[in-house]
Write a protein that binds this ligand. Structure first.
Ligand code: PMP
Length: 399
């Protein structure tokens, strides 16, 4: 067989999917499995979305569409951005992609050459590292351990920007930690960024409508408008509207960078399908009661998860205020055994937990923090407390 391109050898299979597959296999064998592994919303969009799709089918043109995205969708997205305080953008500042993941991939392609330095704080969403590595970038990880609430500090950012990296990748609210930066924290990081004009900034903000405790989402450009020249905002319908399989995402930023992504779209995908476009317009501009209700539900689930974790001696967990993940430091279990099985690291922990208690979590090393595990709490509510109690039991049985 002829050789594959070197870049695909740098792409790793998803650790999250590996856990999910193992859980599926155990379930097929008849085991009672509770999955806290994959980060998918457990709800469907409102009926207006399906009505819009039916209507679109009746008027289907069957033709290629715009590389940038349908203008009605661009306008719906711009309005949606205004709703979270991201004002002053026009159609030339936005583009539609096949989900945020495709948008991020395009953006890395548009901004980063092989060998360029890319800053990624840890814990990170897995694809940032994978995309950077596929494209041959030089990744510098910025460790943000639980002791600093998994958050990047202005001093850390300032020091890392000294080498004039090409790109800084930022995620808020965070997958995997669920942490949300406060207004003051975003303002302080924005001040640092303002002093380093050579670095592009991508903000992955896809959980911006899933923020708890009365907090709200903030972006660097709201505090330092001059950053609009180099900050690109990322959004998606996947999590907010319970539509991960529909595949529509958005980027908003300076016209030149966005135009580069439109050019890549013209080569990669041509256009986001008409039916998906209709669904996305309806989701963004229709009633917002489903996302609001889900956000309230996730906040309650966060409370339940945290209550159980707080009872487990040795487990440390900064309190998440958004998305639908918690990321406890479980390193107190390392060096102990469960039912004769030694736990040396996060992967051993997740394997032993899955086999002994039928609970699937993702090892933190998949996100660059091997002391922790990710619990995604989008499972049906009746499974949540039983699953958490099994984790509590597992800890109690460690020797
Ligand atoms: N960014 C983050 C932080 C995510 O968690 C995900 C999905 N897990 C994505 C981007 C990709 O979202 P989409 O479904 O829009 O591609």
């Amino acid at each position: 067989m002829p050789k594959l391109a070197a870049r695909v050898g740098r792409a790793k299979p998803s650790a999250i999917m590996q856990v999910a597959d193992k859980a599926k296999q155990l379930r097929a064998e008849g085991r009672d499995i509770i999955s806290f592994s994959i980060g998918v919303p457990n709800f469907l969009p409102g009926p207006h979305v399906y009505d819009a799709v039916r209507k679109a089918l009746d008027h289907d043109s069957g033709q290629y569409g715009s590389n940038r995205g349908d203008t009605a969708l661009l306008d719906a997205f711009l309005k949606h951005m205004e709703g979270i305080g991201m004002t002053g953008y026009t159609r030339e500042n936005v583009v539609v992609t096949i989900g945020a993941k495709h948008g991020l991939y395009n953006l890395f392609e548009a901004l980063v050459d092989e060998g360029d330095e890319v800053l990624i704080p840890t814990p990170y969403w897995t694809s940032y590292l994978d995309i950077a590595e596929i494209l041959g970038a030089r990744v510098t990880l910025l460790p943000c351990p639980p002791e600093q609430n998994y958050k990047l500090t202005p001093a850390q950012l300032d020091a890392a920007l000294g080498s004039r990296p090409r790109l800084f990748m930022f995620n808020n609210p965070s997958n995997p930690t669920g942490m949300v930066y406060t207004q003051d924290e975003i303002a302080a990081l924005a001040d640092v960024l303002a002093n380093h004009p050579d670095t592009w900034v991508i903000t992955d903000d896809i959980y911006n409508r899933m923020v708890f405790d009365g907090l709200s989402y903030h972006n660097f450009v709201q505090f330092r408008p001059e950053l609009r020249d180099r900050v690109i905002f990322t959004d998606s319908i996947s999590k907010t509207y319970g539509m991960p399989g529909w595949r529509a995402g958005f980027l908003a930023g300076p016209a030149d960078a966005i135009r580069a992504v439109v050019t890549l779209n013209s080569n990669h995908i041509t256009n986001v399908p008409e039916i998906v476009t209709a669904a996305a317009i309806a989701a963004l501009s229709g009633p917002q009661d489903v996302p609001a209700a889900k956000c309230a539900e996730f906040q309650q689930k966060r409370d339940q998860v945290m209550e159980v974790l707080a009872r487990i001696p040795g487990v440390v967990c900064p309190r998440p205020q958004g998305a639908f993940y918690v990321f406890p430091d479980i390193s107190c279990a390392f060096g102990k055994s469960h039912d004769g099985r030694r736990i040396g690291n996060d992967v051993d922990f997740c394997n032993a937990l899955l086999e002994a208690k039928g609970v699937a979590c993702v090892p933190g090393s998949a996100f660059g923090e091997p002391r922790s595990i990710r619990i995604s709490y989008t499972c049906p509510t009746p499974q949540l407390l039983p699953g958490m109690r099994r984790i509590e039991e597992f800890f109690a049985e460690l020797v």
